[in-house]
Design a protein around this ligand. Structure first.
Ligand SMILES: *[C@@H]1O[C@H](CO)[C@@H](O)[C@H](O)[C@H]1NC(C)=O
Ligand SMILES: *[C@@H]1O[C@H](CO)[C@@H](O)[C@H](O)[C@H]1NC(C)=O
Ligand SMILES: *[C@@H]1O[C@H](CO)[C@@H](O)[C@H](O)[C@H]1NC(C)=O
Ligand SMILES: *[C@@H]1O[C@H](CO)[C@@H](O)[C@H](O)[C@H]1NC(C)=O
Ligand SMILES: *[C@@H]1O[C@H](CO)[C@@H](O)[C@H](O)[C@H]1NC(C)=O
Ligand SMILES: *[C@@H]1O[C@H](CO)[C@@H](O)[C@H](O)[C@H]1NC(C)=O
Ligand SMILES: *[C@@H]1O[C@H](CO)[C@@H](O)[C@H](O)[C@H]1NC(C)=O
Ligand SMILES: *[C@@H]1O[C@H](CO)[C@@H](O)[C@H](O)[C@H]1NC(C)=O
Ligand SMILES: *[C@@H]1O[C@H](CO)[C@@H](O)[C@H](O)[C@H]1NC(C)=O
Ligand SMILES: *[C@@H]1O[C@H](CO)[C@@H](O)[C@H](O)[C@H]1NC(C)=O
Length: 296
């Protein structure tokens, strides 16, 4: 079990794309899980993201929090790390700001079943993916909707490097010692790190770690995985050929950080190791076999 498991309307994608370290004020940066990230303030851009709050026992011991994405009215995709201990869970969708009045948009549903990829290896993170069946079903509208899964060829291997506007979203916590979450969901533009470079980094001491083929790495300097970030999505954008609008699709889910170091503040250079995300394409068959969508 991974120790770090617990862990403005963005007026269209244009603003989202324009954001980078330095755009935000320092208060925000200090507060942000993503040093160098910024708050998502639109209810409309991230309606596929859910926060999962679970209990590892039915008497409420060890509550945990992580993220996932909606792929169907009754199915949420997340990591195995996120759910494997959960006996009960509530899932929130349709909100970007915990402090705001979200009553018009938010939806709360409950876990009624969970499916963990049977080929998950806890120690390496191979196939770290799971689905949660929820009840009642999500009611899809402008605030709550499913995320598209991309064609395998778009996200397979180093093809991810060509995905446009790779963006990571999370409600993750501020730092390693404090599991306070942000008021507002954070986003950060990120860069893919090739499998070869990532593996070359990890295969050496002190890691001696061979990156599972079902994972991808990000080249993060001022942004990084911390408590409560697990399961939140890495998103790519592609132009719809008909509408010419950039539409989001799921690339991967935040899975682990092997050095367990969160960036501590906005100016710290975060010399942590490349963070690891679970690839989705490797599990398409498994997703479909459990009632998830087949490819678009
Ligand atoms: C925060 O989460 C981590 C990882 O689950 C846990 O070890 C730690 O005890 C939590 N800290 C607090 C203050 O709850
Ligand atoms: C977790 O346990 C607490 C305490 O028993 C309870 O209030 C909460 O509703 C539980 N959450 C879920 C999702 O069952
Ligand atoms: C979140 O909502 C609170 C209460 O409405 C507001 O004060 C705060 O500025 C909001 N945060 C962001 C980042 O929009
Ligand atoms: C969702 O809305 C309900 C009221 O309908 C409110 O009680 C709850 O706190 C909201 N949840 C979130 C996460 O904003
Ligand atoms: C939240 O907004 C709803 C309308 O969307 C309103 O009926 C309700 O009174 C508000 N709640 C609070 C606590 O302001
Ligand atoms: C990123 O998105 C913007 C529009 O928001 C678009 O102009 C640009 O071409 C995109 N970049 C890539 C590499 O897709
Ligand atoms: C973690 O964040 C809390 C709340 O902002 C802060 O009080 C604490 O000093 C931080 N811890 C570290 C190690 O930065
Ligand atoms: C990672 O990002 C940094 C800063 O943007 C850059 O200097 C470096 O070349 C990148 N490394 C790789 C292997 O792409
Ligand atoms: C930020 O964190 C670094 C360590 O990563 C530390 O050296 C520096 O003093 C911190 N800056 C502030 C303003 O706390
Ligand atoms: C969700 O999955 C169920 C079972 O596969 C299917 O019948 C239903 O059409 C799907 N709904 C959506 C909105 O994709």
């Amino acid at each position: 079990m991974d120790r770090d498991m617990l862990r403005t309307l963005v007026v269209g994608i244009a603003l989202l794309v324009g954001a980078h370290a330095g755009v935000i004020d320092s208060d925000e940066a200090f507060e942000g899980r993503f040093t160098g990230g910024a708050s998502v303030t639109s209810l409309l851009e991230t309606g596929y993201i859910v926060t999962i709050i679970g209990n590892s026992s039915l008497d409420g011991v060890n509550p945990t929090k992580c993220g996932g994405v909606i792929i169907n009215t009754t199915l949420v995709l997340t990591t195995a790390t996120c759910v494997f201990k959960m006996q009960a869970a509530m899932l929130y969708a349709g909100y970007q700001n915990v402090s705001a009045n979200n009553s018009a948009s938010n939806q709360t549903v409950y876990m009624v079943d969970k499916f963990i990829n049977p080929n998950w290896e806890m120690n390496t993170g191979l196939n770290d993916i799971a689905m949660i069946r929820v009840y009642p079903p999500f009611y899809f509208n402008e605030y709550v909707y499913p995320i598209a899964l991309p064609k395998s060829s778009v996200v397979k291997g180093d093809a991810v490097a060509k995905v446009g506007n790779l963006t990571w979203f999370s409600f993750g916590s501020i730092n390693n010692t404090d599991n306070l979450t942000m008021d507002a969901m954070q986003f950060a533009k990120v860069t893919y790190l090739s499998s070869k470079v990532c593996n070359a980094f990890y295969i050496k001491p002190p890691y001696w770690f061979s990156v599972p083929t079902t994972m991808l790495c990000l080249n993060l300097t001022d942004v990084g995985y911390c408590n409560l970030d697990n399961g939140y999505p890495l998103i790519g954008y592609a132009k719809d050929s008909k509408t010419k609008v950039f539409k989001p699709f799921l690339v991967a889910l935040a899975a682990q950080d092997r050095d367990k170091l969160c960036p501590q503040n906005a100016t710290a250079i975060n010399y942590h190791t490349p963070d690891l995300f679970t690839r989705i394409d490797a599990s398409y068959k498994w997703i479909a076999s459990n009632g998830g969508p087949s490819l678009q």
